[in-house]
Design a protein around this ligand. Structure first.
Ligand code: Z15
Length: 819
């Protein structure tokens, strides 16, 4: 490091900060105030490195990746920054000396929850890896005033509480008003013929404007002095004084612009894997994209005069289709502001933009109605129309007379703008996020595009950062790993394979399982404090934490719990290894069936946890407000990793990797990255069940299957389903779970029944669960399995993923920050 850590100095700085910020002495300060003071102290160190990084980049003039994303699910910054500065232990000791516990201080920090789930957390892991590997990168996003809602459980139901994460101030952010940009909405486009150039010019008039003001968050690389930037945009009203002379005194317009600014960054849309088609969402998208693209172009122009080579210094990675207007915004700037011809602008754009697809779920596809799109973004719409016209011409040239191809591939069709089609047509790379997912894209969802432009398609299997999810989240295991194989795994995770030699070593096994036990005690304490439920850390901790979605099949899990409960009640003498089923999940605020599933889980928990007759053999816990910070505790304490999506539906999954890293074998379907996890760890160290992706897709292409056959022929399943509608778990309202029952058996609706193949997979799942129990009973066998999961997790570091993006898509050069 540039500066060696000095305990005395650190304590003095904290003292000085408490005085300056709160006019208090240390002994009078609250934990929150200490958190702020410590954070400002840490920020000082970071600022030195931030400046050094910026200087180095300035000197080397490297190519940057701009990771464009509506979501960055960062979690807490303090602990992670200390970890990456390699000052965590020092600061912990220093604080202990003055009577503070770093863990308690860390708990004062609200999570930066500017994301929903997997997609947003992936973006956060990528930033960590980019900085650690020394690649020049900007994260570009939105500074939502309210992040992902906080979840309260009241009477078993989810209640959403606004997440006012900025209320105590954010010590790590830096407002940069000098880099503000203006973003225009609405109005109309006037075409002006220019005599001199003989070209038409396009002028947007009668628009509303918002000022985009960036806030920079430092992204600290691990032990390398690199500090990259996450730049998130806030919206402010352009004051009345700055209105065009034309608009001066237009009071109504000034008010409208103020409202627009206030609304635009107000709140994160809480949908995961679902497109809601809201106008404000499109405003958010264009707002941060326009500001980010303008900023990237300005930065380039500071050093370079030929904008036609922009792509040599910048590449835009579009995180799903949400930022895809970047394609048209870059075209607009290049043509309207930089004076390039269409062909020149298209050449630059198609060498700059690359697209990552994160889902095949049809309901997640963004298709904007033309009316809405063209009204909000008239010039952008015009450009997309022209992109479409030329793209359709290409399709027709390639497939003469084949209107089917145009119908399926056009960017604008049926009154809608199809964002995925735009991203593929304009991107130089299209990637999926796991091998299976990319294959499904090529063979099914994006078949026509793959056939026309196979060279664009590639796979980048997701990864996670071991620094947050092992080094920070599981300090006991991290220290044990380092004791055995050294600490290089922190930046080179594949080295963790060196643990394999300990897999059969009884002492190592016992140490490994003892650490797991201590982590279970830590989680049990959290559960006691937050749920008031007593769980036995000697029971199997069987965990499913992720967003609540039908395709992820939390319902399969809880139906199986109901089935187990029936068995235990019927056969009290049965030898049953105690289990604690742990759930954590937020449901999108408007997703009724998902919310009802939460109520079902809590209702089942209520009955089972209060039934003394089963002697604590079964417990069910729903952890409130699952988020990055408590996820770190949960992964560390898990015995079993539930990854039970309907095969083909989970593009990758990343929670699966976090469990694996922490020594929890996967109980899952052959879906997403589970396939690759099993390949790494071996089938004997996972519990695989259920239909394959091919089988599911086959059923789907042939009209589904018949769950009623299973219902009619299997009495265990029938009994569980009847318990959904006979008041077993809702004595005061037996109809409460009717909708869930109907979803499985289709007695009313015209939808296909059991769309997610829950009954089809039930028996196979129950059988896999029996194998889990059998394996767990054999202590040595389980310890070996758990340890091998950790040992074989090397592939799943986001460092590997990022290196592949760099080598195969972005082509960046590594930077080194001189001391
Ligand atoms: C989201 O979290 C994911 C995909 C989406 O299209 C949206 Cl809108 C949100 C998830 C996938 O469901 C998950 O399988 C994947 O691991 C993650 O993105 C990161 O790629």
């Amino acid at each position: 490091m540039s500066k060696k850590f000095n305990k005395k100095e650190f304590i003095n700085d904290v003292k000085a900060n408490v005085r300056a910020l709160y006019r208090r002495n240390l002994d009078e300060a609250t934990q929150q105030q200490i958190f702020q003071a410590v954070s400002y102290t840490v920020k000082d160190t970071i600022i030195d490195n931030w400046l050094a990084t910026q200087e180095q980049y300035e000197k080397d003039d490297p190519k940057y990746v701009y990771y464009m994303s509506m979501e960055f699910l960062m979690g807490r910054a303090l602990g992670n920054n200390l970890i990456n500065l390699t000052e965590y232990e020092d600061v912990k000791e220093a604080l202990a000396e003055i009577g503070f516990d770093l863990n308690v201080i860390e708990d004062q920090e609200p999570d930066a929850a500017l994301g929903n789930g997997g997609l947003g957390r992936l973006a956060a892991c990528f930033l960590d890896s980019l900085a650690t590997l020394g690649y020049p990168a900007y994260g570009c996003g939105i500074r939502y005033r309210y992040g992902m809602f906080k979840q309260k459980i009241e009477d078993g139901y989810q209640v959403e509480v606004p997440d006012n994460w900025l209320k105590d101030g954010n010590p790590f952010e830096l407002r940069r008003p000098e880099y503000a940009k203006e973003v225009k909405f609405g109005g109309y486009v006037r075409v002006v013929y220019d005599e001199k150039t003989g070209r038409n010019h396009f002028v947007q008039e009668g628009y509303q404007v918002v000022r985009a003001v960036p806030y920079d968050f430092p992204i600290v690389g691990y032990n390398n002095r690199v500090v990259n930037t996450l730049r998130v945009w806030d919206a402010e009203a352009v004051s009345e004084f700055q209105l065009d002379s034309f608009d001066k005194g237009d009071y109504r317009k000034a008010v409208e612009q103020e409202n627009l600014a206030r609304n635009i960054v107000e709140v994160l849309y809480p949908n995961d894997n679902h497109y809601a088609g809201k106008e404000l969402r499109l405003k958010q998208q264009y707002f941060f994209i326009s500001a980010s693209v303008q900023a990237a172009v300005s930065k380039y122009k500071k050093k370079h005069s030929d904008i036609r080579k922009f792509y040599e210094k910048a590449t835009f990675q579009l995180n799903d289709t949400h930022p895809t207007v970047a394609v048209a915004e870059l075209m607009r700037i290049l043509i309207d502001e930089e004076g390039l011809t269409w062909e020149e602008a298209w050449d630059v754009t198609t060498k700059t933009c690359a697209y990552t697809n994160h889902t095949i779920m049809a309901e997640a596809l963004e298709k904007w109605p033309i009316e809405l799109f063209s009204r909000l973004l008239p010039r952008i719409y015009q450009i997309i129309e022209e992109i479409n016209r030329r793209f359709v011409a290409e399709i027709e040239a390639r497939y003469p007379g084949n209107f089917e191809k145009v119908r399926k591939m056009a960017i604008i069709f049926d009154g809608q703008v199809k964002m995925a089609h735009l991203a593929i047509a304009a991107g130089y790379s299209v990637n999926g996020v796991a091998e299976l997912h990319t294959e499904i894209l090529k063979k099914q969802e994006l078949k026509d595009f793959y056939e026309m432009m196979p060279e664009k398609f590639n796979n980048k299997t997701n990864g996670i950062t071991q620094r947050r999810f092992l080094l920070h989240g599981n300090p006991l295991l991290a220290a044990w790993v380092t004791d055995h194989i050294g600490d290089e795994w922190i930046t080179d995770l594949p080295q963790i394979a060196k643990l394999k030699v300990y897999a059969d070593d009884r002492k190592a096994q016992q140490e490994f399982m003892n650490i797991k036990y201590q982590n279970k005690v830590r989680l049990a304490k959290y559960i006691r404090e937050h749920n008031g439920i007593e769980v036995d850390p000697r029971s199997i901790f069987d965990v499913q934490v992720k967003r609540l979605h039908e395709y992820k099949r939390q319902l399969l899990n809880i139906l199986h719990v109901m089935y187990l409960y029936n068995q235990i009640k019927d056969h009290p003498e049965m030898d049953f290894y105690p289990r604690t089923f742990i759930f954590g999940a937020k449901a999108a605020a408007g997703y009724r069936r998902a919310k009802l599933t939460i109520k079902l889980i809590n209702s089942v928990a209520d009955v089972i946890n209060n039934d003394a007759s089963i002697k604590n053999k079964l417990k069910v816990v729903f952890i409130e407000d699952y988020r990055v910070s408590n996820a770190e505790l949960i992964f560390a304490a898990a015995d079993v990793s539930e990854q039970i999506s309907t095969a083909s539906k989970e593009a990758s999954g990343t929670g699966n990797m976090k469990f694996m890293l922490n020594g929890a074998p996967t109980l899952g379907t052959m879906d997403g990255a589970n396939v690759e996890i099993v390949k790494e760890v071996g089938e004997e160290n996972a519990f695989i069940f259920g239909l394959s992706a091919d089988e599911v897709i086959n059923y789907e292409n042939n009209g589904g299957y018949y769950p009623e056959n299973i219902f009619n022929s299997d009495q265990d399943i029938r009994r569980v389903l009847m318990q959904l509608i006979n008041g077993t778990y809702a004595p005061n309202d037996p109809e409460m779970f009717r909708d869930i029952y109907d979803s499985l058996l289709n007695t009313k609706s015209s939808d296909r029944a059991d769309t997610y193949f829950i009954l089809a997979d039930f028996k196979s799942y129950a059988e896999a669960q029996r194998r889990v129990e059998e394996a767990y009973r054999d202590e040595a066998r389980w310890a070996k399995m758990a340890m091998l999961n950790t040992a074989c997790s090397g592939k799943f570091t986001s460092d590997r993923t990022i290196q592949q993006y760099v080598d195969e898509i972005w082509h960046l050069d590594k930077e080194v920050i001189e001391a």
